[in-house]
Design a protein around this ligand. Sequence first.
Ligand code: A2P
Length: 418
Amino acid sequence: MNAPLPVEVLKQHLIDPEICIRCNTCEETCPVDAITHDSNNYVVDPEICNGCMACVPPCPTGSIDNWRLVVRAEAYSVQDQLGWEELPQEKPLPVDAAAGEEGGQTMPAPQAESGLAQTAAVTVAPPGAAVPPWSAAHPYVNLYTHKTPITATVVGNYRVTGADTESDIHHIVLDFGEQPFPVLEGQSIGILPPGVDAQGRPHHARQYSLASPRDGERAGYNNLSLTVKRVTQDHGGAAAHGVCSNYLCDLAKNDTVQVIGPFGHTFLMPNHPQANLIMICTGTGSAPMRAMTERSRRLIGTADIGKLMLFFGARTERELPYFGPLMKLPRDFIDINLALSREPGQPKRYVQDLIRERAAHVRGLLADRNTCIYVCGLKGMEVGVLDALRDVVVQSGEDWSILHDALRREGRLHFETY
Ligand code: A2P
């Protein structure tokens, strides 16, 4: 027998280095530790990746969703990928490989739309939806990249937490002048801080959610705002200097900033009349909630807006960004629930505690298919919030897993945590 040996074809998972903002989300999400990085790139190890797709929905830029058909023996190695500045062109497969099963190709069946199983499947359902709500507006994404950033001008920068507190959180307004930069509430942008890192490479972009609605921080202006916390400690409490957050918090009016994006195509608000919002956040995770709330507030009197319910966690009132303006919002417009964890003389409370306390109300909103839920802030609250929502639903004798699946499928439950 002299038939050609089968050529095994791999649908190789790759990350586009030109669009990736090095936010580490994919590496954190990958259930099999197939993703790694150096100071240049985030890359996927073809020996480990099983194409489970868990990393794809959380990626803010879509840079993760790149695939090349390659002969398995010639797959791009981790070392190859770490050196890339851009993705390689698609290479034609050898004729016998491209001929399919009959030509001896052994290409395993894809496990998901564009993924490919190499080993046993590890399926991890992400907690939130991979699609936006049905009535969301269509977002523009990746209009500006590392190679083609846009320059914005700082038109405002002020602190939105008590001056005597540890939480130095700034409201920063960037103006784009005549240049197009269309955005939606829930989207984010990347900021390129000037200078180089310890390896002498330009700093990679840092991602920030918009705090302003689609029609501008100031309605009708081509500007947007960010909520930025000055980072002086790492997650473990050790002293650390946040490169981009310190750069942003120290900006003066008329300074210019290099921006990339916009990013995000799922964490978007519904636009149909009577859509309800349950917003759950901690600290600077309030940015998209501010954007959505302000969008809704500007629609008062012009459209039939639904109910807004906010759960907002902060250490103290004085460390809760935008406390003053938030308290001025009409109570018949938004139902505000503040969870303060370090307010002297008060018991420590987290957002999930308040969700349980307001169970009847939350349950009522969850029973309405017009309700969308948004969670943004500390990674640690993800599990706590899901548990609280489950408890609220189970208490009323309903099946949380059925509702959770529906919320994901219908683009009604969204997480943005860090
Ligand atoms: P804590 O006082 O325990 O740190 P930060 O100011 O660090 O951004 O945090 C914002 C708020 O989120 C704080 O009140 C903080 O409480 C709270 N928090 C910390 N961990 C969690 C968690 N796992 N779930 C919900 N809230 C949390």
